[in-house]
Design a protein around this ligand. Structure first.
Ligand code: PBG
Length: 329
């Protein structure tokens, strides 16, 4: 009889044994919860494709933020839904912009001291056309003007830092934005504010539900002239190299699960802190299966987050942050 000398099952027999040899761990401090802040008072508007996610007015957002702090979540990522939109995304960089106002309130609340306040920097929620930059039109043709957009994005980053953002997170994918933001931050006296760059952001169908949540669907065309083609891994590495050279302090990759190979490759090559954004569509897709009883919610959620960590993410932006933090205790 030929018995196996190595029996992998020896270390799998009990939960205590499995826990001892577990290679990847999740903790609430490495989870980041996105908040969508809208005008008004007492507003808690559900997002139909994202169960348990809401557009929140500032008073409601404060309550939500306090809950996150109690759960030990590491950071919030703030998005704004302005009352008015225009071609120049004025609401993105206005002193009294929706996220700027929220940041000032959040920063006054001592219960939120344990939360890092991250502000997403993009123009798409603030432009009337829903693109992430300034649009130049010529008859039927249009172009998203890179350098004019970068100027507004840099202004937005400085304005958010001034309002109290601990980290600014550009998600627009214009070329040169990190360098321009670093300049604008330094000139404004915010040399200590880190930039978390969405370095490799793919043009993805998985952002669909977010566009309802942030009311930011492009009114014409798509984002393929600035977000990356999902087929390209080497290009993603170049994007990251450029952002590092321009002064990014941390990197964010998105989406998460369909792009774990990109995360893994980035982790091998770069030593900066790297995070993943488990995006709206990933969340909606799992919830749709939970609702039908096709997947077991708790285990599937934790497995999805663990896989992202295992691929190399130091931190994860996820709409599951509160649910996962509750389980992690
Ligand atoms: C803004 C932005 C988007 C997301 C984060 N920042 C949408 C987009 O690029 O269309 C997507 C997040 C998600 O799907 O959860 N540019």
């Amino acid at each position: 009889m030929n018995f196996p000398v190595t029996r992998m099952r020896r270390l799998r027999r009990t939960e205590a044994m499995r826990s001892l040899v577990r290679e990847t761990h999740l903790h609430p401090g490495a989870l980041i919860y996105p908040l969508f802040i809208c005008p008004g008072e007492g507003v808690r508007k559900p997002i139909s494709s994202m169960p348990n996610v809401f557009n929140l007015s500032l008073d409601e957002a404060l309550k939500e933020a306090e809950k996150c702090a109690e759960l030990g979540i590491g950071a919030l990522l703030l998005f704004g839904l302005p009352a008015e939109k225009d071609e120049q995304a004025t609401g993105a960089w206005a002193d009294d912009g929706i996220v700027q106002n929220a940041l000032r309130e959040f920063k006054k609340n001592r219960k939120l001291d344990s939360l890092v306040m991250m502000a997403d920097v993009c123009l798409c929620e603030y432009t009337s056309h829903g693109h992430c930059g300034v649009v130049a039109r010529d008859g039927d043709h249009y172009d998203i003007e890179n350098d004019a957009s970068v100027t507004l994005l840099a202004k937005t980053a400085a304005s958010l830092a001034k309002a109290g953002a601990d980290i600014v997170a550009p998600s627009d994918m214009m070329d040169g934005r990190v360098a321009a933001m670093r300049d604008a931050l330094d000139e404004g006296g915010f040399e200590q504010t880190p930039i978390l760059s969405y370095a490799s952001k793919f043009s993805s169908a998985f952002y669909g539900p977010f566009r309802e949540a942030a009311d930011s669907a492009p009114q014409f065309g798509d984002r393929r002239s600035y977000q990356m083609d999902g087929a390209n891994l080497r290009e993603a590495m170049r994007e990251i190299e450029l952002d590092i050279a321009e002064g990014a302090d941390m990197l964010l990759m998105k989406p998460a699960m369909p792009y774990l190979d990109v995360m893994h490759e980035a982790r091998q090559r770069f030593d900066l802190p790297i995070g993943a954004y488990q995006v709206s569509g990933e969340y909606s897709m799992l919830h749709a299966a939970f609702e039908r009883g096709w997947l077991e919610p708790e285990r599937t959620m934790m497995e999805s987050l663990t896989s992202i960590r295992r691929a190399g993410a130091d931190f994860i932006v996820t709409y599951f942050a509160k649910d996962a933090a509750k389980i992690l205790g």
